[in-house]
Design a binder for this molecule. Structure first.
Ligand SMILES: [Zn+2]
Length: 276
C-alpha cells in the first residue's frame, strides 16, 4: 500500500509540474511583453530626441504658424503634402490638436479627457498613453527641419559665444532651399513663385556665418490681443490690489489693537502695583 501511495504522489507531482510549466512559460512571455512595452515607453518618454523631439517639433510649428502661414494664406496658396512643412508631416500635430486648455492651470487630454495642471504633464501623458496614435511608420518629423527654420533662435537656445559652423550653416541652407523648392515650386504659378522668393528671404538668407542677414527679415504675424484678455488681466490686477490693501489695513488694525491692549494692561498693572 505504501508503495502505491508513493507512486500516486510522484505521479501527481509530475502531473502538476507539467500543468504548471506552460503557465510559467506564459507568464514569462507576458513579462517579456511587458518588458518590451516598458522599454518602448521608456524610449518614447525619456529620449524623444532620438526619434523625433516633441519640443523642437513644437518650436518648428510655432515658427511656421507665425512667420510663414499668414503669408501663405494671404496668397491663398495650398501647401502640397509633399512639402515637409505641411501639417500632415508633423508627427505630433494630431496630439497637439487634442490639447484642450480649459484654464490657466488646466490642460485636458482630448482623447481620454484626463486633466493636468501643466502642459508638460499632458505631453508626458501623450508619450505614455497615446504613443500608439503617433504614426511613426513615415519618417515625418518636423523637428528635422529645425536647422532651416531657426528653431534654436526661436527657443532662445543659441549660446552667444559659440562659433558659427560653416559646414552646418551650408547644410541648413541646402535644406532650406530644398524646402522652398518642394513647398513652393516656381512652376506652380505666380503666388508659388512669390512665396518661393519670400521663403528664401525669410528663412534661408540668414543661414550663413557672415551674420549680414537676419532670420525672419520679412516680419511676423502680429498677435492680436483679445479684448477679453485685457479685461480679465485688468480685473485680476485690481482684485490683487484690493486684496493687498485690505491685508495691509487689517494687519495695521491688529497691531494697533495689540498695542492699545498692551497699554491698557500696563496702566492697569501700574494702578494695581501702586497701593502695595
Ligand atoms: Zn489621454
Amino acid at each position: 500500500m505504501k508503495w502505491v501511495s508513493l507512486l500516486c504522489l510522484c505521479l501527481s507531482v509530475s502531473l502538476q509540474s507539467s500543468i504548471v510549466s506552460p503557465q510559467s512559460l506564459r507568464t514569462d512571455q507576458g513579462y517579456e511583453e511587458f518588458a518590451t512595452t516598458r522599454t518602448f515607453k521608456g524610449e518614447a518618454s525619456d529620449a524623444p530626441e532620438v526619434h523625433c523631439s516633441r519640443k523642437r517639433s513644437k518650436a518648428a510649428w510655432k515658427i511656421i504658424e507665425e512667420y510663414l502661414i499668414p503669408y501663405v494664406e494671404k496668397e491663398r496658396y495650398q501647401i502640397p503634402r509633399t512639402c515637409r512643412l505641411h501639417p500632415d508631416n508633423d508627427l505630433y500635430r494630431d496630439q497637439e490638436q487634442h490639447k484642450i486648455r480649459t484654464d490657466i492651470y488646466e490642460w485636458q487630454c482630448g482623447y481620454c479627457k484626463k486633466r493636468f495642471y501643466e502642459e508638460s504633464f499632458l505631453d508626458k501623458h501623450f508619450d505614455n498613453r497615446h504613443y500608439n496614435l503617433l504614426n511613426v511608420s513615415h519618417s515625418k518629423c518636423l523637428a528635422d527641419v529645425c536647422g532651416a527654420l531657426h528653431c534654436d533662435l526661436a527657443m532662445g537656445a543659441v549660446p552667444h559665444k559659440t562659433k558659427c559652423n560653416p559646414a552646418a550653416a551650408a547644410r541648413n541652407k541646402h535644406l532650406c532651399e530644398g524646402l522652398a523648392d518642394s513647398c513652393f515650386p516656381v512652376n506652380q504659378g505666380p503666388s508659388a513663385s512669390r512665396l518661393h522668393e519670400f521663403f528664401l528671404r525669410q528663412f534661408c538668407d540668414a543661414l550663413t556665418c557672415t551674420g549680414s542677414r537676419k532670420p525672419f527679415s520679412q516680419g511676423r504675424r502680429k498677435k492680436r490681443m483679445s479684448i477679453s484678455y485685457i479685461v480679465i488681466s485688468v480685473l485680476t490686477l485690481m482684485l490683487l490690489l484690493l486684496y493687498y490693501t485690505y491685508l495691509y489695513i487689517y494687519r495695521r488694525g491688529i497691531k494697533r489693537g495689540t498695542q492699545e491692549l498692551k497699554r491698557v494692561s500696563l496702566t492697569q498693572s501700574g494702578r494695581k502695583k501702586k497701593p502695595s
